[in-house]
Design a binder for this molecule. Structure first.
Ligand code: KG4
Ligand code: ZN
Length: 365
């Protein structure tokens, strides 16, 4: 018999309060019945980054209405659902706790099963929600908070091939924009400036390319940019529009080169064990960068690998990805119950050594 599953997803691990309803009939392509996202940009803008305490309070205030809107937009009532999925980590702990408590409340009131979802798994499984790709596949998560290469084999089965040891690429784009007086979020602003810049005028480093692994580092690019900006400003008494465009173009070219080289390595490693399923998926806000996207597509073409990237609204933080990851876990028999705990750190691959540091958007896991 064909089984239909309808799952409510809740996400509150950083600065987006989100709820969504996803349905799958049998093993057909799942359908996003609703996806509501309340951003918090205006609450944090004045501080130059996400303030965890402000984020947690805003989540607690907005979660109920967000869930209500997601149910209304999907035309579902709570008793038509099969389960509730909630981000249980990694992320800013106050926000994660708000979401988990909200989900527990609904579960206690309705008796619906509760499923904890790893936020990174939500991103990593999105290409299955949007394109129905099969396991295994290689995924590059590249956003303001994350940067890692993972082999996805199942909803709870990931192998990390490498990741950033410091900043995430989106974080580097945002810092670059701040250093050059461009608006936030920095990625689109830097990309727009770079379009009229000369990528060869400033020589940016290509960090970690001398190492044979899939790890990356982006914090040195920002230091290099600051030095170059100060040199130009000191010699001319300020920056011209062209100087700024050239700095953006040089910075972006360095990010593109590093991601292309490390992706080549990651695909090579992945194909050694998975030659029959040559697929690279990219997810996260930075996947919106046209230079990065087209270079990764070129790398895939060269290596005979299928390339896919979900539409932007499902690349950036949302709850449809959490509902879908919960749906996969539920199908596999998972159910967490009232002892589900919120976790600030939660690596997808427990066998890999933990990555250093914690970023602007919480732990990098
Ligand atoms: O996935 P996302 O919405 O949030 C998390 O980080 O979880 O990603 C946001 C990041 C920001 O750092 C933003 O500057 C970056 O994605 N971004 C871009 C572009 N569009 C968004 N970076 C480079 N180029 C873009 N076109
Ligand atoms: Zn995210």
């Amino acid at each position: 018999m064909t089984r239909t599953l309808t799952i409510l997803g809740i996400e509150s691990s950083c600065d987006d309060t989100a709820a969504a309803v996803v349905r799958q009939v049998g093993s057909t392509l799942p359908e996003v019945l609703s996806s509501i996202v309340f951003g918090q940009n205006e609450l944090h803008n004045a501080y130059g980054g996400v303030v965890p305490e402000i984020a947690a309070r805003a989540h607690a205030e907005k979660l109920d209405i967000c869930v209500r809107q997601a149910l209304d937009a999907s035309r579902q009532t709570l008793n038509e659902l099969d389960a509730i999925a909630v981000t249980a980590g990694p992320g800013l702990i106050g926000g994660v706790m708000s979401g988990v408590m909200c989900a527990k409340g609904i579960s206690a009131a309705t008796g619906l099963p509760l499923i904890g979802v790893n936020h990174l798994a939500g991103h990593a499984l999105t290409p299955r929600l949007t394109d129905g790709i099969s396991y295994p596949y290689l995924i590059l998560l590249v956003s303001g908070g994350h940067c890692q290469y993972l082999i996805a084999r199942g909803p709870d089965d990931f192998t990390r091939l490498g990741g950033t040891i410091d900043d995430a690429p989106g974080e580097a784009f945002d810092k670059t924009a701040r250093l050059l007086g461009l608006p936030q979020p920095g990625g689109p602003a830097v990309q727009a400036e770079a379009a009229s810049g000369d990528p060869k005028r400033f020589r940016f480093p290509r960090p970690m390319l001398d190492r044979p692994d899939c790890n990356l580092s982006f914090s040195g690019l920002k230091t290099a940019l600051m030095r170059m900006r100060d040199q130009v400003a000191a010699s001319k008494g300020g920056l011209t529009r062209q100087d700024r465009a050239d700095l953006c173009a040089g910075f972006q070219a360095a990010v593109v080169d590093v991601l292309a080289a490390k992706t080549r390595r990651a695909i090579g490693l992945y194909l050694l064990e998975n030659p029959a399923t040559p697929t690279l998926a990219v997810a996260g806000g930075v996947a919106a960068n046209t230079a990065i996207r087209s270079e990764l597509e070129t790398v895939c073409t060269e290596m005979g690998t299928f390339f896919t990237a979900p539409p932007l609204h499902l690349c950036t933080d949302n709850a449809a990805m959490i509902a879908y990851a919960g749906l996969e876990r539920f199908k596999a028999g998972a159910s967490d119950g009232m002892n589900l705990t919120a976790r600030p750190r939660w690596p997808l691959d427990l066998n890999s050594p933990s990555m250093l540091g914690s970023g602007r958007k919480g732990a990098k896991a």
